[in-house]
Design a protein around this ligand. Structure first.
Ligand SMILES: N=C(N)NCCCC(=O)O
Ligand SMILES: [Zn+2]
Ligand SMILES: [Zn+2]
Length: 311
């Protein structure tokens, strides 16, 4: 029997130190099917800093999550042992060291078959997480929810930043070039060649405007068709949401998805085999009333539910 969240009818949910969803810590369980792990790192950002405070904010904003997901008809914490593995405390002064530390810790945490749901942190962290996942699964289908492509080449000649993880991942053979896609892309680009590069690197694009023009049903169908039966890695940059739904982020763009739309996409992923996931770019200094934190905590909860295998 998995150990579930603290019983909020006995201990008020606002009391005590917050783990994600008030789940047990990794040290308190024999083994975890899924570990929720924070990466407080934001040295890779190109605009507003602050995502290093994301993991603590998402945990603090997750106290109200309840154990039964009625839309999916699943109690994820009863089906799987989910535990909070704390933070991977990485070097903020060296991106190179940080990505190595993240990869090593991700390898160690997932050694016994534990899947990781990582809370960022800026989007740089997706690169070492994909390196770790690809060691066990080979090239994975990446479904990437973001306003931004994040397949750019360099910033100030730096190759590893929050705007470049999926270019590096593609170059390193970590992703399935026939089955990966971005969802929610919008906002101005640098030029037309961004799109040509992106396609060459293996991504299809389902833009925020596509969701508006063709609707959710068509969008879900496109996502399913693209992912096929490949193992899937899910990367959610919270700036995929409209700033009205998630103001607490570093590179906001107008015209984004609603949280209702994003959660529906994530429910659709139950049909696929998710091998790992992240939720990144929550920067609490720009948040209001925990809007972004709550959105991110529900994103994580929906992902965890979709990670429960269909019996
Ligand atoms: N939020 C992420 N991951 N990337 C944004 C990079 C946008 C830019 O500097 O052009
Ligand atoms: Zn983004
Ligand atoms: Zn991003």
């Amino acid at each position: 029997m998995p150990i579930g969240p603290r019983d909020s009818s006995r201990t008020p949910r606002y009391a005590g130190i917050a783990t994600f969803a008030l789940l047990p810590r990794l040290e308190e369980v024999d083994r975890a099917d899924i570990a929720v792990v924070g990466v407080p790192f934001d040295s890779g950002v190109s605009y507003r800093p602050g995502a290093r405070f994301g993991p603590a904010h998402v945990r603090e904003s997750s106290r109200l999550l309840r154990p039964y997901n009625h839309v999916q008809d699943v109690s994820p914490f009863a089906e799987l042992q989910v535990a909070d593995a704390g933070d991977i405390a990485v070097n903020p002064f060296s991106i190179e060291d940080a990505v190595r530390e993240i990869e090593e810790r991700a390898d160690a945490l997932s050694a016994g078959g534990t899947r990781l749901l990582t809370i960022g942190g800026d989007h740089t962290i997706a690169l070492p997480l994909l390196r770790s996942v690809a060691k066990r699964h080979g090239p994975v289908a990446v479904v990437h929810f973001d306003a931004h492509l994040d397949t750019w080449d360099t910033y100030f000649d730096a190759p590893v930043t929050h705007g470049t993880p999926f270019r590096r991942a593609s170059e390193e053979g970590l992703i399935d070039l026939t089955a990966s896609l971005h969802v929610g892309i919008r906002g101005p680009l640098y030029g037309r060649e961004d799109l040509a590069d992106d396609a060459r690197l293996g991504f299809a694009i389902l833009g925020s405007h596509d969701v508006e023009r063709h609707g959710m049903a068509a969008a879900l169908e496109r996502m399913h068709a693209r992912l096929g039966d490949r193992p899937v890695y899910v990367s959610v940059d919270i700036d995929v949401l409209d700033p009205a739904h998630a103001p607490g982020t570093g590179t906001p763009e107008a015209g984004g998805l609603t949280s209702r739309e994003l959660l529906e996409f994530l429910r659709g992923l139950r049909e696929h085999r998710i091998v790992g996931a992240d939720v990144v770019e929550v920067a609490p200094a720009y948040d209001h009333a925990q809007l972004t934190g709550i959105a991110a905590s529900h994103v994580a909860y929906e992902l965890l539910t979709s990670m429960v295998p269909r019996s």
